[in-house]
Design a binder for this molecule. Structure first.
Ligand SMILES: NC(=O)c1ccc[n+]([C@@H]2O[C@H](COP(=O)([O-])OP(=O)(O)OC[C@H]3O[C@@H](n4cnc5c(N)ncnc54)[C@H](OP(=O)(O)O)[C@@H]3O)[C@@H](O)[C@H]2O)c1
Length: 307
């Protein structure tokens, strides 16, 4: 059997990065993480880095802004996964330059892990943010670097613990705000499953130069379906406050950052249906069909933790 690809995760100490590092190491890929020196002085992150060592991950010290450290790290692996955060999307041009110089990379997965930025109806300020990811896609393609884009839709851990309500940390027990008519389908994916599908895709020839859409069928739900599921679990009926599209757009324009960003993101997938762009086989594949053996966590099961 061919040896498993060596994987470098840049941004492995971040929110989604840590799940990707774990999935990579657990599936037997020699796994490397680029770690910044000052991350080790951060109490939580230093514990995370220690835990990486315990499952056999190799730490490579470096920084996005240090070209030589990037090239040196990249030369040791076959696959680069970027899980850099929203603030560092533009800076991925530095990874592209380092991959070009190193000349050995079989697959690059840039930091995506959201909606399909080439096909959306998002308004500002989200559309400008998506545009940054689009620019990185085009730069990768222009340099002819083999790629896979992971369109994993909505992280369950980000959106479901408060049932997508703004500025609260627990799910609603008496009333719920519904953007639009609540009949638009969203796709919620548990972070561990995003990581599992991502690692499965890295050396799969079917995902080469393709977008991988993660749409586990049981997790494609309208907001009204999500609310009904929650009501059933708590055995209670919530008061429903519907916010029509024009009122939502006005709130987006009038709210300061980051509220405007969070509202515009919800507008994109809850009102405009941006999780459900039709997959064209010439550039896209669906993860739960490709990897039907993955026993993903359903939203139904996930919500039980919050009852
Ligand atoms: N679908 C969804 O629901 C959803 C939700 C949130 C995010 N996302 C997407 O997921 C992706 C990752 O976001 P995230 O929130 O997981 O990121 P994050 O938590 O902000 O993590 C950022 C990572 O980048 C590293 N980093 C920052 N500056 C660096 C530098 N100069 N050199 C090297 N490493 C550097 C950080 O390292 P340190 O630990 O050293 O700081 C950290 O590991 C983004 O594309 C984002 O848009 C999707």
């Amino acid at each position: 059997m061919a040896a498993k690809s060596k994987i470098l995760v840049i941004g492995g100490t971040g929110y989604i990065g840590k799940f990707i590092v774990k999935a990579s190491a657990e599936t037997g890929h020699p796994t490397f993480v680029l770690v910044r020196d000052n991350t080790l002085s951060h109490p939580e992150k230093s514990k995370l880095v220690e835990s990486f060592k315990s499952f056999g991950v190799t730490l490579l010290y470096g920084d996005l802004t240090d070209h030589d450290s990037l090239v040196k790290a990249i030369k040791q692996v076959d696959v680069v996964i970027s899980a850099l955060g929203g603030q560092q999307i533009d800076d991925q041009v530095k990874i592209i330059a380092a991959i070009k110089e190193a000349g050995n990379i079989k697959r690059f997965l840039p930091s995506e892990f959201g909606l399909d930025v080439d096909h959306h109806n998002a308004v500002e300020p989200v559309s400008s943010f998506f545009e940054k990811k689009v620019k990185i896609r085009r730069a990768i393609e222009a340099e002819r670097i083999p790629y896979t884009y992971i369109t994993s839709n909505l992280f369950a851990g980000h959106f479901l613990p408060n049932l997508l309500q703004q500025n609260v940390t627990t799910p609603p027990r008496d009333k719920v705000v519904i953007l639009g008519d609540g009949n638009v389908k969203g796709v919620y994916v548990i972070e561990e499953d995003v990581a599992t599908y991502t690692i499965k895709a890295v050396e799969d020839p079917r995902t080469l130069n393709k977008t991988v859409y993660v749409r586990p069928p049981a997790n494609i739900l309208t907001f009204n379906e999500l609310v009904s599921l929650w009501e059933y679990k708590i055995n209670s009926t919530l008061d429903k406050i519907y916010i029509p599209d024009d009122q939502l757009l006005k709130s987006i324009q009038e709210s300061p950052f980051p509220d405007n960003f969070m509202l515009a993101l919800r507008h994109s997938f809850l009102v405009k249906g941006d999780c459900n762009y039709e997959i064209d086989p010439s550039f896209g594949v669906e993860a739960s069909k490709l990897y039907s053996e993955v026993k993903y966590t359903t939203v139904d099961n996930y919500l039980n933790a919050f009852v």
